[in-house]
Design a protein around this ligand. Structure first.
Ligand code: ARG
Length: 484
């Protein structure tokens, strides 16, 4: 498309067309009002391309200087809000190119040599997404650190661990939080994996088949930081694939969905824990809302919304993966639909993680540097809840096994003991020794050590178990990994 036509899209696309695009179709096909978000990446990609064109003698040094000058002006216009985005120019790429040509003339028209919007847009999304992945990875690490910090203060706080949401066995609250640290650590690794496949250069594939100009694609890749851990340039190796697949975006959406699913599980727990029936924690008032009718209410809107937004992110994953299905090689306009779901996934994930970092860990007090305003832990109700559901029944069975009973028999014996405790409306540890001995004569007074919550915790001293010694070792490992 010539610069004249770029300026006047009210005219036909080119000499080949007998009429201009209808206004409705212009609006239907335009992406500029969302893809202008890629402007910085678009300019970065264009500058790397132009630098290589000049190095290869495809454009002159003067042209390169003019393109650089023009792009600097455009960058500041975009930053200040002075840049005039035009719907008639369809997308971010044509808007910037048209303005460049307006500013610097023919040099602007030469920028598109050996390039197509197809490899250009694929490059832009990858550059942009790479930056977002880095921010998200940082936030995932901050969230892990916040959880580790709260864990460190609560190693000896005991709450009931649940299976089927029925009291199962006592666990350390720190151990419970560290389960989420493991999830977010895997999420961080997944983001790193995705980043490696995002960070590959499509540019140089042109429309679909490569180009007749002697491009140096590796130079462009290096300029854009698209290199692997060994410092080798990462260049997409098949032009048809490079311009058409969006699997990197789908992978990112899948990784993002898993982060949100983990956030959603944590949210569900926070919501339960702060309900009156649990009373295990409080979250700071600035993360809660009141009710317009019930004056006593403090609602956990933030975790609820995060749980709800998980559906939205998983929906984007479905949207993106379905978008790809059935597309023949190579580029199809369908792919323009990759942007809004991807942008919204990033925004939702980034905001959610930011809020969770602060909601869990609090904010540093500017005077002291100490973090304040994170979740408040109430050990007493946690402990009382752990005391309620016969959480140490397995410990009694294990005790009998150590006295020589086969586990299955011990299991049955303890079931009788629990039934008796239930009928006395007391805990196993409150049954007198005489009563316990009716269930099995091997029971002695040392049984009360294993029936205590603390005894139960300390006994689970295998790697990955909830014994305080194990939990402390995990905290140390995470601290070393997270560098704090
Ligand atoms: N705005 C388009 C996109 O997002 C750019 C590529 C258009 N290429 C084309 N041949 N129509 O995918």
């Amino acid at each position: 498309m010539s610069s004249n036509q770029l300026d006047k899209k009210s005219e036909a696309w080119s000499a080949l067309f007998s009429e201009p695009m209808s206004e409705l179709v212009q609006r239907y096909t335009a992406s500029v009002f969302f893809d202008k978000r890629l402007a910085a990446a678009d300019i970065q990609g264009s500058l790397a391309h132009a630098d290589m064109l000049a190095a290869q003698g495809i454009i002159s040094a003067d042209d390169l200087a003019a393109i650089r000058r023009g792009m600097a002006t455009i960058s500041s216009e975009i930053e200040s809000g002075a840049f005039e985005w035009k719907l008639a120019l369809e997308d971010v790429h044509l808007n910037i190119e048209a303005r460049l040509t307006q500013l610097v003339g023919d040099a602007g028209k030469r920028l598109h040599t050996g390039r197509s919007r197809n490899d250009q847009v694929a490059t832009d999304i990858r550059l942009w997404l790479r930056g977002e992945i880095d921010l998200i990875t940082g936030l995932l690490r901050e969230l892990q650190s916040a959880l580790v910090e709260v864990a460190e203060k609560n190693v000896d706080v005991i709450l009931p661990g649940f299976t089927h949401l029925q009291v199962a066995q006592p666990v350390s609250f720190a151990h419970h939080l560290l389960a989420y640290v493991e999830m977010f650590a895997r999420d961080e690794q997944r983001m790193g994996d995705v980043r490696r496949r995002v960070n590959q250069l499509p540019l140089g594939s042109a429309a679909l088949a490569g180009t007749t100009y002697p491009l140096d694609r590796e130079r462009v890749a290096r300029t854009l930081g698209m290199v692997n851990d060994q410092g080798e340039a990462c260049v997409c190796q098949n032009s048809l694939d490079a311009v058409s697949d969006r699997d990197f975006a789908i992978e990112f959406a899948a990784a993002a969905s898993l982060v949100m699913v983990h956030i959603s599980r944590l949210s569900e727990e926070l919501i339960l824990w702060m309900s009156q029936n649990f009373g295990f924690i409080k979250i700071a008032d600035r993360f809660t809302t009141g009710s317009s009718i019930m004056p006593q209410k403090k609602n956990p809107d933030v975790p609820e919304l995060a749980r709800g937004k998980t559906g939205r992110v998983v929906g984007h994953l479905m949207g993106l993966i379905t978008l790809m299905k059935g597309q023949p090689l190579a580029y199809n306009k369908d792919n323009q639909e990759d942007k809004e779901p991807l942008f919204d996934t990033v925004d939702t994930l980034r905001d959610t993680l930011r809020i969770f970092v602060e909601m869990i860990g609090g904010q540093p007090n500017p005077a002291t540097g100490a973090k304040e305003g994170g979740i408040t832990v109430n050990p007493q109700p946690m402990q009382a809840a752990a005391q309620k559901g016969y959480a140490t029944a397995t410990d009694l069975a294990d005790y009998l096994v150590k006295k020589g009973l086969p586990f299955r028999d011990a299991h049955e014996t303890v079931a009788h003991a629990v039934k008796a405790a239930e009928s006395h409306a007391c805990d196993l540890s409150e049954l007198p020794l005489k009563v316990l001995q009716e269930f099995h004569p091997a029971i002695d007074k040392d049984v009360y050590d294993v029936l205590s919550l603390r005894g139960s915790l300390e006994a689970r001293n295998t790697l990955g178990g909830t014994a305080p010694a194990q939990v402390k070792a995990q905290i140390a490992r995470h601290r070393a990994r997270l560098g704090n």
